[in-house]
Write a protein that binds this ligand. Structure first.
Ligand code: ADP
Length: 205
């Protein structure tokens, strides 16, 4: 985790800045945010978030990768959770993963015409995940781009929500305990979306 560049370092190396920031600079965010292209199962963090489904028993995409890498014990613990509703999150241990906890957040399946409802559910995944991180003394957390794979959420819209909810958390009373937030993207294309939008929510000084 300490090897990954922070947003401050990325700005210093010339990342382009949005002409229309939505907020003022939040200096501490520059030192704790990272956009990292990689496999979330390799992240060594207090918590990684899983883009789970309502069963919480594993599935495709990042969910499948996390269950494979964590091992059968994760599945056994997940069986005891009794599932979760869309927008909710539940926490488990991380077993063979290098992280300590997995926060299983159930993202919405994107449906055109229900944008507001879906946006609220996706936002809730982020706030619920941060709340569980705080309750479990997790000072570092890595998020995949929830719902933007099999669940079909448009990447840019989902990224706005991820960044906005992170901003709100970091500004709030519980944000003070967080030391690292990593947005784990799985392709160069997704990385470009995060790098394009990050300065709207986290402008440099
Ligand atoms: P959902 O069902 O919520 O859409 P997916 O797993 O299909 O979940 O996709 C969510 C995001 O996770 C996508 O952007 C996908 O590219 C990404 N992804 C898939 N595998 C991994 C992985 N091992 N590490 C990080 N991100 C991943």
């Amino acid at each position: 985790l300490s090897a990954l560049p922070t947003l401050r370092q990325v700005y210093a190396s010339g990342l382009s800045i949005s002409p229309s920031p939505r907020y003022k600079c939040l200096p501490k965010a520059l030192d704790l945010l990272t956009i990292w292209k990689g496999d979330i199962t390799e992240l060594e963090s207090d918590a990684i978030v899983n883009a789970a489904n309502k069963s919480l028993l594993g599935g495709g995409g990042v969910d499948g990768a996390i269950h494979r890498a964590a091992g059968d014990e994760l599945y056994e613990e997940c069986k005891s959770l009794g599932g979760a509703n869309t927008g909710e999150a539940k926490i488990t241990r991380a077993y063979a993963l290098p992280s300590k906890h997995v926060i299983h957040a159930v993202g919405p399946v994107y449906v055109k015409g229900k944008e507001d409802e879906k946006a609220q559910q996706l936002a809730s995944c982020y706030s619920a995940s941060f709340a569980l991180a705080v309750q479990n003394q997790c000072k570092s957390i890595g998020f995949p781009s929830i719902s933007t794979g099999i669940y079909g959420y448009p990447m840019a819209d989902a990224t706005h929500i991820a960044l906005d909810m992170t901003r709100k958390f970091l500004e709030g009373p519980e944000g003070a305990m967080m030391e690292r937030v990593v947005f784990v993207v799985f392709s160069e294309k997704d990385k470009a979306v995060y790098e394009d939008l990050v300065s709207v929510y986290f402008p440099p000084e």
